[in-house]
Design a protein around this ligand. Structure first.
Ligand code: 3NM
Length: 509
């Protein structure tokens, strides 16, 4: 099970926080809002009561495909067979927990100082809970209030000691109003938080689903510069099998965001290229029988190498040939991301009524709720991240659904803007940070694209589509350079929000 530490719920059953509500119902609501991991924490319940309550929560978390951990009580975790535990600093306790749980279970450890954090990593902690960030009424015996800067010092020390890949969440007094600031102030180019752990912000919230969505929006927004930086630092290969129209601008966009483009339509090269650690874009914009054969061969090569593939089903609903091509492509391999406009994504989802698309433009006027459901359903059906483009881009991994409200209308007046977004997604999704969270990677691409277009359109020399293109490339480049240098002023323009998809909320796991 891939773990999403973004919004981390720690439960509390005391009346002061839970009130008279049912804990399982609160947990379920927060999972509907995008919580990615749950820790059952009850210091006082009897063993039998704890087992009963934890089992009830496990039934809920399993439906959403997210892990359940138990705080401290390792024997409860063993008895119910959940995904792991969260424990304190005691080294003996860690070794004993590992022995009881076996090698694969999650063991998270609390750390309130650099020394504690390093010791926990050396012992083999799966992740760290770092805090206490702010004073909190929820836990009376907190050791020290370290603030976001204390968190940042711990993260920097972890990176310097070679523990940069150990996931971290912060805890203590964090809520939807301050999460964005905490995430920004605690992050450094070397290491950022993976998420925020909260008790009262979810358990005591009047609407836990809404509170989780607000936290998720902040977390995903904060992850945008991490992904952009990760591309800049690693220059991943973006192998494009794309259409005749966009070859040049797609390669320029790849370069501007910091990737290394190769426009190779001959699939005999794919097995070699797949070994170079990059991603493949299959863009069927000018599909031919020969082209389709090449896409299929390259798809297999990248699937075999375990490398991500982005599918852009351009004009999928326009002709019988394209509908058949997209069906063949979908049934022949796995995709990390499928992106398209509403008409294309409706065709990808299939169903009884094929979508009549006029050319490559979208002819479908869907409401936001319909687009949200569409991407969620495509993501579930094809076990991928799905992105539907438009004035509002909507992205889903089947569990979380997010809207990005960035982008300028001039993007719609140049050729290939949607296609080149696919190229940017490919770069983000194979960067080290993006590979760990393809939803965050796809959101980052949509945000960077959208903000760059807004900034380009503002420039005095831009008078229309012709002058927009070079300005847009410049702004993509400028955002990449600024982010790598630690200047995140552009991020104030980023508009990322989690979306509610009513009905049938539970993800198939
Ligand atoms: N652990 P709230 S602070 C469970 O510092 C817990 O290790 C902490 O509650 C630590 O989100 C804390 O309501 C309580 O402030 C956090």
């Amino acid at each position: 099970m891939a773990v999403d530490y973004g919004v981390y719920l720690v439960t509390d059953s005391t009346p002061a926080i839970l009130g008279s509500r049912d804990l399982a119902a609160v947990v379920e609501a927060s999972l509907r809002g995008g919580t990615g991991i749950v820790q059952y924490r009850d210091k006082t319940a009897s063993h039998d009561d704890a087992v009963r309550a934890a089992r009830e929560l496990l039934a809920v978390t399993r439906r959403f495909g997210v892990p359940l951990l138990v705080n401290d009580r390792v024997e409860v975790a063993v008895e119910i067979g959940c995904e792991g535990v969260h424990i304190g600093q005691d080294d003996m306790e860690f070794q004993k927990a590992r022995q009881m749980l076996g090698p694969d279970k999650i063991i998270g450890v609390t750390a309130s100082s650099t020394e504690e954090a390093l010791r926990a990593c050396e012992a083999g902690a799966t992740y760290l809970g770092v805090g206490t960030v702010y004073a909190t009424q929820t836990k009376k015996d907190t050791k020290s209030i370290i603030g976001p800067h204390g968190v940042r010092d711990i993260l920097a020390a972890l990176a310097a000691a070679g523990h940069g890949s150990v996931p971290t969440v912060c805890i203590g007094g964090v809520n939807a109003s301050n999460a964005g600031d905490v995430l920004a102030a605690s992050s450094s180019p070397a290491k950022s938080l993976d998420g925020v752990a909260v008790v009262s912000a979810l358990v005591a919230a009047p609407d836990p689903a809404d509170a989780a969505r607000r936290l998720l929006g902040q977390v995903l927004r904060a992850r945008v510069p991490d992904v952009v930086r990760s591309v800049a630092a690693t220059t991943p290969l973006s192998h494009n099998m794309t259409n005749l129209v966009v070859q040049n601008i797609a390669a320029n966009v790849a370069l501007a965001v910091g990737a290394s483009p190769i426009m190779a339509n001959y699939a005999e090269e794919a097995a070699d290229l797949a070994r170079l650690g990059g991603a493949l874009v299959v863009n069927m914009g000018t599909v031919t029988p020969d082209g389709l054969k090449n896409y299929l061969q390259a798809l297999k090569a990248y699937n075999d190498a375990g490398r991500p593939v982005v599918l852009d089903p351009v004009g999928a609903g326009a002709t019988a040939v394209r509908r058949s091509a997209v069906e063949t492509l979908l049934s022949s391999g796995r995709y990390a991301v499928i992106k398209g406009n509403a008409s294309e994504m409706l065709t990808v989802l299939g169903g009884s009524a094929p979508v009549a698309q006029r050319g490559v433009d979208s002819t479908s006027q869907l409401t936001l709720a319909q687009r949200a459901r569409l991407v969620r359903d495509v993501a579930r059906r094809h076990r991928c991240v799905a992105l539907v483009t438009g004035a509002t881009d909507v992205v889903s991994d089947g569990r979380r659904v997010v809207r990005v409200d960035n982008g300028h209308e001039l993007l719609g007046m140049i050729t290939g803007s949607g296609c080149t977004l696919g190229t940017a997604v490919s770069a983000m999704v194979c960067s080290p940070v993006g590979a760990a969270d393809p939803l965050a990677a796809t959101v980052a691409a949509a945000v960077m694209f959208g903000v760059a277009s807004e900034m380009a359109a503002e420039r005095s020399e831009v008078r229309g589509p012709g002058t927009f293109v070079p300005a847009f490339l410049d702004e993509l480049y400028g955002i990449r350079k600024a982010t790598a240098a630690g200047d995140l002023r552009w991020l104030v323009l980023a508009k990322v929000q989690a979306v509610d998809v009513p009905g049938d909320e539970v993800a198939s796991s």
